[in-house]
Design a protein around this ligand. Structure first.
Ligand code: NAI
Ligand code: MG
Length: 495
C-alpha cells in the first residue's frame, strides 16, 4: 500500500530551488549554480539544490564565529538544554517530514522511520542532559597550599560536520546534539546525494530558538564544499562520517590549522556463528545485520563466519530470510528493502557482485539487479548471499556498501578470531553462541569498537559507537563523546 499520496510528495518537495542556511537565513549560493538530487527508486530528478561555493563556506564560518561570541555564547547550560529539548520535541512533531524526505532522497523504506524517530529524539534528549553536566576538576597538585589548580571546559569553537547519505536526518541530528550541548557552533554539510532533510532540520533548529548563525548548512560536492571546510582556518574541529578514503583526505586537509578531527569510517565487520547458537535467531540476525538500508550501513556484518558443522544449512537459512524480504517502492508500507542510493552506488555494488562470481564465490541468493517490472527504473539489488568465499577475494576484503553477505566456513575459536581480525577495519562485529564462555572470550579478542552478542546493530545514545584501526577515530554517543567538543583549560592560582 502506498503510504504517501503523490500530492503529498509534491508538497514535501516543492518546486523552488532548495537553499543553504547561513546566519539564520535561507539563501541561494552567491555562485548561482545548482545541482540535482534524484529519487533512486525511479532514477528521476527529485529536486534542485543551490550549490554552495568556498565563498559560502567562508560566510557560514564567519557567521558561526560571530554566533560563538554573540547571544549563543551567553546561553547558560540550562538554556542550551532547553533548546535541545525543544528541538527534540519539534523533531518528534515533524518527523514524518524528515522520513519522507529521506525516503525519497535515499530510498530507505518509509517504515524504517519508527525506530529512527525514537533514536533521534532520544539522542537529543540525552545531549540535553549532557549540556548541564559539563565540568572540570579541582586538582590537588604537588604544590598544594602554595598554588591551587583547576580545569575549565570550554566549547571547542566552530565545528564542521560532514555527513554521508546513508542516514541523512539521523546523522545530522547525531552531529548537532553533542556540538550544541557543548556550546559549539556548526557548519553542517549533508551529502550531495541526500541534502533535503538537513534543510528541514535547519528550519526546526531556528524554530527551537537556536540563535542565527549557530547552525549553518551548506550544500554541494564533497571535493569542493567538504574540502573547503576541511582546510578552513576558521573551523576548529571536523566531525566526519563517511568513507575511509575521504577520512584520510580530511585528516590531511585538517593539518593546516591542526583541527581536531573525529572520524566514523567504513567497515568490513565480522559476524561469527558458532554451531551451538540458536540458529533461527542467528539466521535472522545475520540477514538483518546487513540487508536493512540495502546494506548501506557502516557497521554491517558483511563477513559471515559460520562453524563447519552447520555451515551449508545455515547459509541456506540466511538466504531464505533474504529472499523473504520484500523489495519495493520505499513509500510502500510493505517494503522492507528499497533501492541503493544512486546509480554510482549501483554500479559499484554490481561490480563487486561480478567480481565475487568471477573469483569463484557462489551467489546462493540474489546476485542480479532487478531489471523487470515497476522497479526496473530504480537502483534495486536483492539481498545477496555468497557462499564459497575465500579470505583473499575482493568481496572478502573491501567494503561493498550494498546488500551483500560474504560467508566463510571456520573450525576453531582461535582460527576465526584471527581471520575476523585480519582486516584494516574494526567497526562492528557479532558473535552468536549459547556458550557464555565463548561469548566473552571471543568478544574480548575481537578488534572492533562494538561487539554484539546474540544481537546485531543495537544502538543507544548512552553507549559509545566507533571504530578501531582504519574505521575511525573517536566515539559517538556515550558520556565521553562530548569531550571531543570541549577544550580543557588549566587555571593556576598562586595562594
Ligand atoms: P564519501 O565519504 O566520499 O562522502 C561522505 C561525505 O563526505 C559527503 O558529504 C561528501 O560530500 C563528503 N566528501 C567527499 N569528498 C570530500 C573531501 N575531499 N573533503 C571533504 N568532504 C568530502 O563517500 P561516497 O563517495 O558518497 O561513497 C563512496 C563509498 O564510501 C561507499 O560506497 C561506501 O563504501 C563508503 N561510505 C561509507 C560510509 C560509512 O558510513 N561508513 C558512508 C558513505 C559512504
Ligand atoms: Mg538523492
Amino acid at each position: 500500500m502506498l503510504h504517501v499520496a503523490n500530492e503529498d510528495v509534491k508538497k514535501a518537495i516543492g518546486d523552488a530551488v532548495k537553499p543553504q542556511l547561513i546566519d539564520g537565513k535561507f539563501t541561494m549560493s552567491e555562485g548561482g549554480k545548482t545541482f540535482k538530487t534524484y529519487n533512486p527508486a525511479t532514477g528521476k530528478v527529485l529536486a534542485e539544490v543551490t550549490e554552495s561555493t568556498a565563498k559560502d563556506v567562508d560566510l557560514a564560518v564567519a557567521a558561526a564565529r560571530r554566533a560563538l561570541g554573540g547571544e549563543w555564547g551567553k546561553f547558560k547550560p540550562f538554556d542550551r538544554q532547553a533548546v535541545l529539548l525543544r528541538l527534540a520535541d519539534l523533531i518528534d512533531k515533524h518527523y514524518d517530514d524528515l522520513i519522507l524526505l529521506d525516503s525519497l532522497d535515499l530510498g530507505c523504506p518509509i517504515t524504517s522511520g519508527g525506530p529512527k524517530k525514537q533514536r533521534a529524539i532520544a539522542l537529543l534528549r540525552y545531549y540535553a542532559g549532557m549540556a548541564v553536566d559539563i565540568h572540570g576538576n579541582t586538582i590537588q597538585n604537588s604544590q598544594a597550599g602554595e598554588i591551587f589548580s583547576y580545569t575549565l571546559k570550554e566549547p571547542v569553537g566552530v565545528v564542521g560536520s560532514i555527513i554521508p547519505w546513508n542516514g541523512p536526518s539521523g546523522m545530522a541530528i547525531w552531529k548537532l546534539g553533542p556540538a550544541l550541548a557543548a556550546g559549539c557552533t556548526i557548519v553542517l554539510k549533508p551529502a550531495e546525494q541526500t541534502p533535503l532533510s538537513a534543510i528541514r532540520i535547519g528550519e526546526l533548529c531556528l524554530e527551537a530558538g537556536i540563535p542565527a548563525g549557530v547552525v549553518n548548512i551548506v550544500n554541494g560536492p564533497g571535493h569542493i564544499v567538504g574540502a573547503a571546510m576541511a582546510s578552513h582556518p576558521g573551523i576548529d574541529k571536523i566531525s566526519f562520517t563517511g568513507s575511509t578514503e575521504t577520512g584520510q583526505a580530511i585528516l590531511r586537509a585538517a593539518a593546516g590549522n591542526i583541527k581536531k578531527v573525529t572520524l566514523e569510517l567504513g567497515g568490513k565487520s565480522p559476524n561469527i556463528v558458532f554451531d551451538d547458537a540458536d540458529l533461527d535467531l542467528a539466521a535472522r540476525g545475520a540477514a538483518m545485520a546487513v540487508f536493512p538500508n540495502s546494506g548501506q550501513i557502516c557497521s554491517a556484518g558483511t563477513r559471515l563466519f559460520v562453524q563447519r558443522g552447520i555451515a551449508d544449512k545455515f547459509v541456506e537459512k540466511v538466504a531464505e530470510v533474504g529472499n523473504s524480504l520484500k523489495i519495493g517502492n520505499p513509500l510502500d508500507t510493505g517494503t522492507q528493502i528499497g533501492p541503493l542510493v544512486s546509480e554510482e552506488q549501483l554500479t559499484r555494488v554490481m561490480s563487486y557482485i561480478e567480481s565475487g562470481k568471477s573469483q569463484g564465490a557462489v551467489a546462493v541468493s540474489g546476485g542480479e539487479r532487478v531489471t523487470t517490472g515497476d522497479l526496473a527504473g530504480g537502483y534495486f539489488v536483492p539481498p545477496t548471499v555468497f557462499a564459497n568465499v575465500q579470505d583473499d577475494m575482493k568481496i572478502a576484503r573491501e567494503e561493498i556498501f550494498g546488500p551483500v553477505i560474504s560467508s566463510f566456513v571456520f573450525d576453531t575459536i582461535d582460527e576465526v578470531v584471527e581471520r575476523a581480525n585480519a582486516t584494516t577495519y574494526g567497526l562492528g562485529s557479532g558473535v552468536w553462541t549459547t556458550n557464555l564462555s565463548t561469548a566473552h572470550k571471543v568478544s574480548q579478542r575481537l578488534q572492533a569498537g562494538s561487539v554484539w552478542v546474540n544481537c546485531y546493530q543495537a544502538m543507544d545514545a548512552a553507549v559509545p559507537f566507533g571504530g578501531y584501526k582504519m574505521s575511525g577515530n573517536g566515539r559517538e554517543s556515550g558520556r565521553d563523546q562530548i569531550q571531543d567538543y570541549l577544550e580543557t583549560k588549566s587555571i593556576w592560582i598562586s595562594l
